[in-house]
Design a protein around this ligand. Sequence first.
Ligand SMILES: Cc1cc(-c2ccco2)c2oc(N)nc2c1
Length: 157
Amino acid sequence: MGVPNKVLTLVLIREEYRILLGMKKRGFGVNRWNGFGGKVEAGETIAQGAKREVEEECGLTLTEFEEVGRIDFEFVGEPQILEVHIFRGDKYEGELQETEEMRPEWFALDAIPFHSMWPDDAYWFPIFLRGSKFKGYIKFEGHDKILDCSLEELETT
Ligand SMILES: Cc1cc(-c2ccco2)c2oc(N)nc2c1
């Protein structure tokens, strides 16, 4: 196989009528609202990495969360696929805090700021919000243009 995939986590903490997003203050995806996540480190599972990133980025400790999706992202001109494992956070403990990485904020489900998020979110958030599991492949040109998008809903819970 070519270059191995880069494994990333993305956690969306969701309550009945609101979802927790963070404004990314630096680095990859800066100036966009997103879930919490990042690289999976050596010696940790993907789930452990997801939990760690949430703690580091917003101070919350996940006590119940589930992997609900997986999207492989390709960028034109880059050989490495970003393999993003998407989790729904159901229960958490601790105090929400702003960090150097993220400014957290709760959004009503009918007021998700898609115009200030990664463009792919508009495609898979509806699947995520109705509680389905999904997998997909999305090809970007730069960080703003989607060339291809294929998403498969796996089950409706
Ligand atoms: C290419 C790409 C990457 C990520 C990402 C960064 C860290 C975890 O996932 C995304 O997140 C969203 N919402 N769209 C995304 C596109």
